[in-house]
Design a protein around this ligand. Sequence first.
Ligand code: GLN
Length: 492
Amino acid sequence: MMLDSHSLTAHECRRLLAVGEATSEEITAALLDRVKAVEGRVGAFLQVDEEGALAQARAVDAKRPEERSPWEGVPIAVKDILCTRGVETTCGSRILKGYIPPYDATVVRLLKEAGLVILGKLNMDEFAMGSSTENSAYQVTRNPWDLERVPGGSSGGSAAAVAAGEAPWSLGSDTGGSIRQPASLCGVVGMKPTYGAVSRWGLIAFASSLDQVGPFARTVQDVAALLDLIGRRDPNDQTSLGLPTPIAVPRGESLAGRRFGIIKEYLGDTIQPGVRRIFEQAVEALEALGGRCCEVSLPSVERGLAAYYIIAPAECSANLARFDGVRYGHRAHKAETLHEMYTRTRSEGFGPEVKRRIMIGTYALSSGYYDAYYAQAQRTRTLIIRDFQKAFAEVDLLISPTSPTVAFRLGERTADPLTMYLSDLCTIPVNLAGLPGLSLPAGFADGLPVGLQIIGPHFSEQMMLDAAYALEQRLQVSTRPPLDVTPAKEVG
Ligand code: GLN
């Protein structure tokens, strides 16, 4: 039997293991071979834990099949923002170089308890600030669909690894779009759960009222299964509730009677014509499946970006105060005084985007400016929440393009932070309102993937996944980029 990393969904791995057609070691080794074959071009991983992964896989193989839990032995990779016990965790920053956490993030612990094999840590924008992964202090990650283009960000490594067939699924985090936008640009499925559905304990904090961990995969069924594994209440995160009910694997192929609202504000000039065309085709497909689509207006979402770029920097300026050279990672050498040590550590350790955010955040929170900026942004946030509530009184789910554009060229937006910030125009209001959002591959514009964003009310993940599954079956979009293929591996 041949193992082809691109057709290896997590569900397929589970089946191969259950029927004894492949061992976990064979599956893990096939993926590690794929990593070796493509990483030189893609650059998704900051760390590949080859030995650790193979040891975990062999331990699973040593168990009798009836002793194993359902996902035991299936490999996964995780964004480097998640603490992994004994494995370096840098958050894409020089300031955490060499930091080895003494504990696992709750989501990582849940993966380990489910018996998943962790292949390694994935590249990201420094502290998850960015939309292209170009703010990583370590390396460039390339889009598997076009190696001259960005994979999106900040979870660019998580999206690229799955798109390139290096891992069947992965975890990322989303503060303003960092799961959905890279999923869209790399042509994979990505989901940001409802705020509080997943524990943030051990997720290195960027903006605590917005951050949420979520899954990437090549199929909706895999995303559903991974969300089910991580959506648990955690006493270590007092904002976590967990998912109210277990997520069932979506199977239904009809959308009869489902009401979809097309967000009018997201069909303006900023949307590329090719993206608009694919979006319109997706609307037709939803209608063909029995869904009813109508336009809805959410006027306040147009102020989402402005509110976000006060609130997120404000929270990050407080969260990043802990990186002072005393507690974690990098410390400047030869400083004469404590103050000099702080200053030099932070000057050397943080990159330009992180410094920009800390300065904006500190300014917005300072007395005299607090009311003008921070309080105003919070009021705008409330208006956005109300607009979504009103819309969900009329329709079941909302839809929009995930990203206004397809993947852009490496370097194209690095000189102008404002252009980079516009990448998240359609995703940011969802975080401000704490809602769940999903990006589904919907087609291609000029050979590059285009994602459809589906937004639901709080804790409507099951309904969203069911709708996404039905549409996925109808659209049959390829998730196989033209990266030259490593020969399939003979096993069994
Ligand atoms: N691109 C946005 C930012 O730079 C969102 C990032 C994220 O979701 N982590 O803040």
